[in-house]
Design a protein. Structure first.
Length: 396
């Protein structure tokens, strides 16, 4: 970053907005982005959603406290479109912009993007507006999206398809459309693992999958894959890291596992978080991922790669891009047809071939450390802010 660009950030206040209180897919990367930018010296504040469903847990607020990111409150920031809440938030945000002098608004969800765009309409000196995307495909472009993107100066997209889709609809400058792959934190590889806690020994070949237990996550395919693998690699074990309600757990997990005779080959430790999740990932030999959930960037896959785990996945969404590498000859994973035979054969190949599994794991680790480095992503975002502000100031 040039001296001129550094000057553009002197005294600049940045407000990140996130329209949800739930620990949904984009919540973690949004909070980590704000925290990393603060670590680089930027004055970043996070707009914390005020709307919570009765009995709901404000996990985003909890994680913001954990990350020590300062917050501003007063806006509902509902995830879903609500006219009353939108008009209220526009008024509140406009007052905040005039009072606190934020020069950059960084939006992470469609609802907060629209709020920010509308709040900027009547300002004499509107802030720079930046949007992060988290889905592998470009957003739909209804009237709300058109209203928001027309007042946006830059977009961070996780895939070329998402970036190019935005570029095809709006006249952004090329350097205002930043391809930013999903990021994952560096991990300690030599820490304790959960093999003993899971009842697993050194002789077992362990495949992990992280998924909330819900019908759309294709659990029937998971158990068909497990049966295919176990029939060929009897020492294989499948560890499901996830939770669901009692009915879904019974219908999607315990009953089909018993019916297929997989009880001795499936470990169900439930949802794991923080250090327990890291110990669980260190216990694995390979990682399986079937269907993206609320997080289109498939953070669970990125985290597995950060532990040097080779990945087998379907071809849905961003998964083929995550399983490829920009470095010739490196194969961090396999994105294959969505069938028990294709997924099972890929896992069998990895579990039977120690050298292949080791090589793919090393490629996955390099992919995570080089292409998904959060510090590099924060530096690129900082430099983007600086360019946008320098250009804006130069027009005045």
């Amino acid at each position: 970053m040039s001296a001129l660009d550094r000057d553009a950030l002197d005294g600049v206040r940045v407000l990140h907005l996130f329209a949800n209180y739930k620990w949904t897919g984009p919540a973690d990367p949004a909070i980590r982005a704000a925290a990393r930018l603060r670590a680089l010296g930027l004055d970043v504040v996070f707009a914390q959603a005020g709307f919570v469903h009765p009995g709901g847990e404000h996990r985003v607020a909890e994680e913001l406290r954990r990350a020590r990111v300062p917050v501003v409150t007063g806006m509902a920031l509902r995830k879903h479109f609500h006219v009353g809440a939108l008009l209220h938030d526009v008024r509140v945000l406009r007052r905040l912009l005039r009072r606190d002098g934020y020069r950059v608004l960084h939006c992470h969800q469609p609802a907060d993007h629209l709020t920010a765009a509308l709040a900027c309409r009547s300002l004499d000196r509107p802030p720079v507006l930046v949007r992060s995307l988290y889905e592998p495909e470009p957003p739909r472009f209804g009237w709300r999206e058109r209203a928001a993107f027309r007042r946006t100066q830059a977009v961070l997209a996780p895939t070329r398809a998402a970036r190019d889709g935005v570029a095809a609809r709006f006249p952004f400058a090329p350097d205002a459309l930043l391809l930013q792959e999903p990021v994952t934190e560096p991990r300690r590889l030599d820490g304790p693992d959960a093999r003993a806690a899971f009842g697993l020994g050194a002789e077992h070949k362990v495949v992990g999958i992280t998924a909330r237990i819900q019908p759309h996550r294709r659990f029937e395919l998971l158990w068909a894959v497990a049966r295919h693998v176990v029939d060929r690699v009897p020492e294989a074990r499948f560890v499901l890291l996830g939770r669901g309600n009692e009915q879904d757990t019974r219908q999607l997990v315990t009953e089909p596992v018993a019916k297929l005779g997989l009880g001795g080959h499936v470990v169900l430790p439930g949802y794991q978080k923080a250090d327990a999740y890291e110990r669980a990932l260190r216990a694995l030999d390979a990682f399986l991922f079937l269907v993206p959930g609320s997080d289109g960037t498939c953070r669970a896959v990125c985290d597995a790669m950060a532990f040097g785990l080779p990945v087998v996945a379907t071809r849905r969404g961003i998964l083929p891009e995550l399983c490829s590498s920009p470095r010739a000859g490196e194969v961090p994973g396999f994105a294959v047809d969505e069938t028990p035979a294709a997924l099972g054969d890929a896992l069998v190949k990895l579990l039977r071939d120690d050298a292949l599994r080791r090589g793919c794991g090393e490629a996955a680790l390099r992919r995570a450390r080089l292409d998904m480095d959060p510090l590099r992503a924060a530096e690129r975002t900082r430099d983007l802010y600086a360019r946008l502000l320098a250009a804006q100031d130069g027009r005045r």
